[in-house]
Write a protein that binds this ligand. Structure first.
Ligand code: PLP
Length: 440
């Protein structure tokens, strides 16, 4: 019996209903191909570190300065996570307590800006995150976002990349307190040095939210935001392959103090000590010898998938990818273009039925609504964890194309091809089992 089976049986003995749901999810993960760019399969050690007795403790405060007794081992585990976080990013200060990426961002905003202050960022529709200034998010509600654009000229070699001249222009015009870079759906390298130059010119704090690319940075496949950014946030569960959570990093002692205060007591109560335990284990893995090779394969797999899809008639925004993700413009494949049926929403649904898990995503300048979209975002961290290489990425491109082409041919054809591809996806998953999960 695997550890997973033992845990499910333990839960089942007390709560069959909950155990049934966990088992069904384990089977879903095992038998489908995970292409959501922000997801991954954490190791057994990381998953189960999050399920230990460390969940039982209140440890408000920071190591050595807690508001509760009995924190000896909680101090030890938090210090271990901090030390490993600093080693990963080669920086001086780390706060490992944020419950999530959005909360890490909120703490930095609270630490570095007065309510009502202006900050500059990329808008959600162009690849930013909702915590980067969406009007219904804290960031857009309590602060004043101004947005810098992507290059819109299709004839430019920089089409759909960050328009750094426009970043400077926006910053010179609005004099933001903070300049924010780092994105949710941007497939190209971020020039942190250039952002810092602009931030310095206007006296802004440079914040880098590297939630998506933090694993690539630690694995040497994307330039580091240090020494350029004043403050860096990330999630720990995407390319970094840890438990769900957030992390804040800086080289500046004053910023570190402000951030620590803003997070606790400013924003959160007791830290999730079981998750901090799992973060420490995941950071240990990221510092291990195999992580660089894993991240290299993540990037190679993304490139192979993007090239294979391009060969099948899809347009990848900005002409390809430098990192772990890509945005597929589906209108290029649909004979009716943006007037046709091949929307992001339809593609996500059709692919899920065939066992390929993706998410619809707007493409730059998308005319369709956010719940419909003209694009799909695809990423390779999870499939690379599973062991997929170039051959499997080409097979995945073929699966995607067969399902989407069938969708364009009508319901009967879609149903026939979906069934066929679902079987092939299941077979491929069985060839690459997930360690510590349910068998396919
Ligand atoms: C760039 C970026 N920042 C922050 C977040 C928020 O992370 P969380 O969902 O953990 O709050 C995300 C999540 O997708 C993200 O892509």
């Amino acid at each position: 019996m695997t550890i997973h089976d033992q845990i499910v049986e333990l839960i089942r003995s007390q709560d069959p209903e909950a155990a049934g749901i966990v088992q069904a999810e384990a089977e879903r993960q095992s038998s489908t191909i995970e292409l959501i760019a922000s997801e991954n399969h954490a190791s057994e050690a990381v998953m189960h570190a999050a399920g230990t007795c460390m969940t039982n403790k209140y440890a408000e405060g920071y190591p050595g300065r807690r508001y509760y007794g009995g924190c000896e081992f909680h101090d030890a585990i938090e210090r271990l996570a901090q030390d490993r976080a600093k080693a990963m990013f080669k920086c001086e200060y780390a706060n490992v307590q944020p419950h999530s990426g959005a909360q890490a961002n909120a703490a930095v905003f609270m630490a570095m800006m007065e309510p009502g202050s202006t900050f500059a960022s990329l808008v959600l529709a162009d690849g930013g995150h909702l915590s980067h200034g969406l009007p219904i998010n804290f960031s857009g509600h309590y602060y004043k976002p101004v947005h810098y654009p992507l290059v819109r000229d299709a004839d430019s070699p920089d089409f759909e990349r960050i328009d750094y001249d426009a970043v400077r222009k926006v910053c010179l015009e609005h004099k933001p307190a903070m300049l924010l870079c780092g994105y949710s759906a941007y497939p190209r390298v971020i020039d942190f040095a250039r952002f810092r130059e602009i931030a310095d010119e206007v006296g802004a704090i440079l914040m880098a939210d590297v939630a998506h690319i933090s694993g690539l940075i630690v694995g040497g496949q994307h330039p580091s935001p240090f020494p350029h950014a004043h403050v860096v946030t990330t999630t720990t569960h995407k390319s970094l392959r840890g438990p769900r959570g957030g992390l804040i990093l800086t080289n500046d002692e004053d910023i570190s103090k402000k951030v620590n205060r803003a997070l606790f007591p400013g924003m959160q109560g007791g830290p999730l000590m079981h998750i901090i335990t799992a973060k420490a284990v995941a950071f240990g893995e990221a510092l291990g010898s195999g992580f660089r090779d894993y991240q290299k394969r993540v990037v190679e797999n993304a490139r192979t998938l993007a090239e294979a899809l391009t060969g099948l008639g899809y347009r990848i925004t900005s002409g390809g990818t430098d990192n772990h993700l890509m945005l597929v413009d589906l209108t290029a494949k649909d004979p009716k273009g943006s007037e046709g049926d091949l929307t992001g929403k339809a593609a996500e649904k059709w692919l899920e039925a065939a066992g390929l898990i993706t998410n619809k995503n707007g493409i730059p300048g998308d005319q369709r609504k956010p719940m419909v979209t003209s694009g799909l975002r695809l990423g390779t961290p999870a499939v690379t964890t599973r062991g997929f290489g170039a051959e499997q990425m080409k097979a995945v491109a073929g699966f995607i194309d067969r399902v989407l082409s069938a969708g364009l041919s009508g319901e009967d054809e879609l149903s026939r091809v979906t069934q066929q591809v679902r079987g092939e996806v299941r077979d491929l998953c069985a060839e690459f089992p997930l360690h510590g999960h349910a068998p396919v």
